[in-house]
Design a protein around this ligand. Structure first.
Ligand code: ADP
Ligand code: ZN
Ligand code: MG
Length: 514
């Protein structure tokens, strides 16, 4: 039964509060090894089609797979970072299905004995409400509780990627489909969550946190646009308070965080509207249609795949003994939570500042580079959050493309600290740095923007202002001390904002005999 968008919206609007969503995510991640998982072909993205192929990844008869050790190490690293138990012995299995981009007719995956199980990660919804680096979209502002919540990870297993079919939006194809096998055999891990997520917002927070951890440990570039990180969402709804889960649908084709949240919003409403109209939810796979911003049926349970899994006869069981695990654990790069704690401690930052600065590894690296170039860490944290992130947001740039390099920002901060620039002038200089890419020192010299700190000159400016305003001086001396701010303002104006405010204050106090 299909309901129209209007019917869905009308019912869901009324009944949303009676239901609770249950969501579990399946994430596929390309590991950033140089060669493929079972052969020595390159994994380089963007090479001409079918140039990185060999008998193994093309599935030619008689070719045998050899497991890539580096792929195992990266997968174990991911498993440990996600608090999984790594199985001492796991096994590869053949997942059989026919599809043109799968020349072997089966995918080597893991099934009953996965590499790792029973992991978790923690999401913090309050972070996503306020963090300027990872802001929540419209995606569910309902039920933001601001608590951390532990989300279970059922399993993490190794498998190989399939090739790519090129049809849609490929003008030369004239309705034909072209196949590129370069991606065949690129190593993947699949990370399956428990059905612990209760809203699109939690799903968004989970995926963001997962991506953050995976980026930090350098197992993948996690680039959703390139398909290095792909996400399918399983979702069902149930009446609030019900003990049993409802029937789930699986939504595919979610290649951005925004789509994930939007697709879930839609799918939850659709399921609620169906149940309210007395219909049942079909267990099926649905596709998110970006243009229409809705999900549509792709295949139903009747056509569900029977993959006829069986143990891969060409590969030995994968043994990751405790010595190897320990070695991988020792070489683990710093995780986001540890970096946050270190930032708070080493640079005396607030928890909030540390949280914002570690949001992405690139931003955390940027901050540390500014601090290492001699800037006051607290000032660096403030300037990055207020000024730099605003500029990046306006220009749609990532921190890695920042028009101001860490050393240049550090120089600007030093000029504020040593009194060359007032805070206000620094903002002007900062804007010019963004526009021209020139260092602060050059801009100050060229535009004569230096702060006036010459005591004699400041005193002269103060005297002039007092002489021009004898009536106000009179009132001030009779007790209207609020006029002090007026005098300061006049002197600052006369100096075109360049006088040191501290010195103006001191000089005026003296002249007024305060
Ligand atoms: P399948 O056998 O259809 O692959 P699994 O039990 O392996 O289902 O679960 C696949 C994903 O679906 C997991 O992420 C899991 O958390 C999630 N999931 C399972 N049951 C439900 C449900 N009733 N509602 C929402 N998500 C679910
Ligand atoms: Zn190959
Ligand atoms: Mg499954």
């Amino acid at each position: 039964m299909e309901l129209t968008r209007e019917q869905i919206a009308a019912v869901a609007e009324q009944k949303r509060g009676d239901y609770e969503a249950v969501i579990g995510l399946e994430v596929h991640l390309q590991l950033n090894t140089a060669s493929k998982i079972f052969c020595s072909c390159s994994t380089r993205f963007g090479d001409p089609p079918n140039t990185n192929v060999c008998p193994v990844c093309l599935g030619l008869p008689g070719a045998l797979p050899v497991l890539n050790r580096q792929a195992v190490e990266l997968a174990v690293r991911a498993a440990l970072a996600l608090n999984c138990r790594v199985c001492p012995a796991s096994r590869f299995a053949r997942k059989n299905y026919f599809y043109p981009d799968l020349p072997k007719g089966y995918q080597i995956s893991q099934y009953e004995e996965p590499l790792a199980e029973h992991g978790w990660l923690e999401i913090d919804l309050s972070t996503f409400m306020s963090n300027p680096v990872a802001p929540l979209s419209r995606a569910e502002s309902r039920d933001a509780t601001g608590n951390t919540k532990r989300i279970g990870i059922t399993r993490l297993h190794l498998e190989e990627d399939a090739g790519k079919s090129l049809h849609e939006g490929f003008p030369e194809s004239n309705g034909k489909t072209y196949l590129d096998f370069n991606r065949c055999g690129v190593p993947l891990v699949e990370i399956v969550s428990e059905p612990d997520l209760r809203s699109p917002q939690e799903a968004y927070a989970y995926l963001t946190t997962l991506k953050q951890i995976l980026e930090y440990i350098e197992v993948s570039d996690c680039d959703m646009e390139k398909g290095s990180l792909r996400c399918d969402a399983n979702v069902s709804v149930r009446r609030r308070g019900a003990a049993e889960f409802g029937v789930k649908t699986e939504v595919k084709n979610l290649n951005s965080f925004r789509y994930l949240a939007r697709a879930l919003d839609y799918e939850i409403d659709r399921q609620i509207a169906l149940l309210e109209s007395g219909a049942r939810i079909e267990q099926e796979t649905r596709l998110f249609n970006l243009q229409a911003s809705h999900t549509e049926a792709m295949r139903s349970k009747e056509f569900a795949h029977d993959y006829r899994y069986f143990p891969e006869p060409d590969l030995l069981p994968l043994v990751v003994d405790s010595a190897w695990q320990e070695k991988i654990r020792r070489e683990m790069p710093e995780l986001p939570a540890a970096r946050k704690a270190r930032f708070a401690e080493q640079y005396a930052l607030t928890d909030y500042d540390a949280e914002v600065l570690i949001a992405t590894r690139a931003l955390a690296d940027y901050f540390e580079a500014v601090a290492a170039a001699g800037a006051n860490p607290k000032a660096a944290a403030n300037w990055i959050q207020s000024e730099l992130l605003a500029v990046l947001k306006d220009t749609g740039k990532d921190i890695s493309e920042s028009p101001i390099k860490p050393a240049a920002l550090a120089e600007l901060l030093r000029l504020i600290e040593d009194g060359t620039l007032s805070g206000k002038m620094a903002k002007t200089v900062f804007q010019k740095m963004v526009e021209t890419g020139r260092p602060a020192g050059d801009i100050i010299a060229a535009e004569g923007l230096e702060q006036v700190t010459d005591t004699g000159e400041i005193e002269k400016l103060c005297r002039e202002v007092l002489v021009k305003n004898p009536d106000k001086v009179e009132q001030y001396k009779k007790g209207k001390t609020a006029l002090f701010g007026f005098f300061v303002g006049q002197v600052m104006k006369a100096s075109r904002g360049q006088a040191s405010p501290q010195q103006v204050n001191a000089a005026l106090k003296q002249l007024l005999g305060a």
